[in-house]
Design a protein around this ligand. Sequence first.
Ligand code: ZN
Ligand code: ZN
Length: 1022
Amino acid sequence: MFPTPVLFERMFTPLPDKPDHPTLEEEILELWEREGTFEQLRERNRGGPIWSFVDGPVTANRPALGVHTAWGRTLKDVFQRYKALRGFDQRYQNGFDCQGLWIEVGVERELGLNSKREIEEYGLEAFANKCRDVVVRSSDALTRGSKRLGQWMDWGTDYFTFSDTNIEYIWKFLKNVHGKGWLYLGHRATAWCPRCGTSLSQHELTQGGVYQERSDPSLFVRFPLKERPSESIAVWTTTPWTLPGNVAAAVHPDGDYGLRESGEWVLASLFPEDTFVRHAKGSELVGLHYEGPFDTLAPGASVDHEIVPWDEVSFEEGTGIVHIATGAGPEDFELGKQLGLPVLMPVDEAGRFYDDYGWLHGMSTIEAADQIVGDLRERGFLLEAGTYVHNYAHCWRCDTPIIYRLSDDWFIAVDEVRPKLLEENAKVEWVPEYMGKRMDDWLRNMGDWNISRRRYYGLPLPFYPCNCGHLNVIGSKSELAERAIEGFDQLVELRRPWIDRVPITCEQCGEQVSRILEVGDVWLDAGIVPFSTLGWDNPEWISEGYATGAAKGLTKADLPDHAYWEKWFPADWVSEMREQIRLWFYSQFFMSVALIGRSPYKRVLGYEKMLDETGREMHASWGNTIKAEDAFAQMGADVMRWQYCAQPSDRNLLFGFGPAHEIKRKLLTFWHSIRFFVDYSNIEGFTPAWEQLEPDGELRPLDRWLVARTQQLVADATKAYEGTVTVDVIRGFEAFLDDVSNWYIRRSRRRFYAYDQAAFRTLWYALVQSLRVMAPVMPFLTDHLWRNLVTDGPSSVHLAPWPEPVEPDRAVLAEIAEVRSVVELGRQARSSSQLRQRQPLRRLVVAGASPVAAGHADEIAAELRVKEVEFGEVEASELRVKPNLPVLGPKLGADLREVRERLQRGEFEQLEGGRFSVDGHVLEPDEVLVERVGREGWAVASDAGVTVALDTALDDELLLEGRLYDRIHEVNVLRRESGLEITDRIRLWIPDADLIERYSDRIAAETLAVAVEPGELRVEKT
Ligand SMILES: [Zn+2]
Ligand SMILES: [Zn+2]
């Protein structure tokens, strides 16, 4: 009955009240390091089946790991760990993205540089070195953070996209694409960041944070018609700076236009309040000429402004007449090309007006707005000026509002490869599925890929256009060496400024030709990774061959040979957040299909965005961002990882300390279950053996149930991991935890006090298996507990193989699930009656449960503290039926009132199948709302066809027993608070004479008292 005081040597280390996650994690990190746990794991799996994962590079521009990045890293680590437990041989190469605007803008801010001119004055060589410094510092900090998170990677053999090798692979790709005839120099109006001084591609505008709410001027402007002196056309614009670039005005040929009394033509339907003196179809206005808004300036004066037809004119907003500035809008530019309109280009690379724009010269597009409005007003062109709030695109890197301007950019044409892209994408397995559909949409609708940027720290595009008309494209460093005229010896890295000093000989005419100054889109850098890091097309393995150029000294990564690429390509799995569909998922996919006609990955896990715990975006200026280092210190990495894994990938993650607190509470239940096991095992000297993990021998039904329940956990978790659905792993574990703690241990407590070996063995098995299942998600806590619970098995949970899933005994599981649901209903009924949990009651009646549940009447009675449990009809409840008005109203019409009143009076008959008969009407189940209410003296609860009724009547006997339980509880709290061990015997004093007289033995038994005496409440260790 009681635990016997013990003299065995302790088998297990006793656990404190609660886990100290950060401390425990640091200890485990040290153990892994000392024991070479990760090395051992890789060694064990070497030569096993292959599971190929390719890491998407993290940009090495941040001073520390962020909680956003930690999310993706956790998912990658979870599945790599899982696959390793299953014996798969894997690559663990981490990647850093090292070039492009991300890095440049950070360095500009650090150095206080504000324009491209200032960068050039600072010196490109010094600037390049500064950029590399940022990458060195940041990659170091990110590595530290990732290790702390528990991510197992081959740190030190990382790939850095600024390596010469990576750049050479992109050159090879570009030469290949040029060979196919897809490379061309385009001239068009394109999205442009005036601060960064470069065009931006279509996919850069799809990144998060690009569209931000913004208030812009809203102008209605009149253009006087030359042929009709008293008439003009009205246009609407939110970008006043484009008006000096106006060349035409477009109307919809089929639009119904009206002439206002005040003399302006507008689309009639957009101004329903106005009265019109005349109507005309758009086509009747086409060909009329007007005075341009800025004919006072030379460029405007040079244009013959005319009304043109355009089918794309919107009937939804504006005036139905569109101001066309061919040099300042992509659609305008395309229309101008079709109609042969002149092109005006008002602003330069920095977004400032050119000198031929007179008094506007040197002003930025934003500075000019007010002046333009004032000037138009003065000259009588302005009809109305206000403000307009809309979502407008901003530069993803520096937050400057985007403008459109004419630019010459290098493009890769996509039309020819598009069908193959679609075909290959259809073979990829996307999780969640809708992300694959998004990729498909993107592939169908995307335009040609703008790959050139007018910047400095990036992949140098190897394009050497010659005056003879020939475009030389260099495909490798050795080809450059062969054709270089000078400067090759001084080539420190394949990078500006050094490469700009290496002219080559034109292969067509033999003349000297220079490289264009542009660098490449950063997504080329990351997109080539499945080729550059795996040694595609490389004849011979080169040790540390990837550590070239800027990457020299930062990594020991090899450049493998082509056979290695054959082995590891394509990736079995890649994972990043959703916005990468049009970025990294896309760029590597495009490059791979273009080069070899195949997708670089078989399966993708995408996930949505991270917000703060209240659902807001995280912004440093709002004070709601969380630093990873703070999260490590306050939650611990395991709790963070749980939070990431508990997130369904199709919804935004609301991350924070609140949810972390909830998770800690759940983990505490787990901790206490293990602590319970450890304490009693130490008392009894229980010694489990790893060799006999699964319990056998004399098992009770409850033990057999826990064995099946554990098998179910393993089977469900295996399925979830295989499907890359981490949330199902967490859900499965939570339910398991509840079953172990709130059913198995609760129901078996006395067997542990009495040293029933079967209970110990069964619980040990369940706990050990659950540690193995959760090891990928919580690598620290599970290993810490494993090292305590399994003393003669593998030294780390991460070195134990994955438990083989077996089909559990479903009948046993269903039986206990039903018993638990009856108990749950009993608790609901009790809480609806406001009676205390500890108050014993006379009777519970259960209706609708299957016969197997009846076999557990004793357990149900004990759990619910009732004297007897009957299975049969519940007459203690009353059926209440109400009309479901939205459904029944239309059906019954005028009869509704009568039916309703009869239902209220209980004048109805219950029919088969949940139907009711009332006043000659038959009501279907969906037409009524049914409720069961306890009759006086009964508390009733009901769910899924099972109803329980609890007799709530109390007599003196029950009340006395209720007081007994309260007192026992109070004494046991006092025992704990007095610091007594669970085995300590006590002398006890309590004030209740009647309890002592009647229940002295029970009180003694439940509190480990050797004597119970009357007096003020007090305990004393004997
Ligand atoms: Zn910018
Ligand atoms: Zn030439």
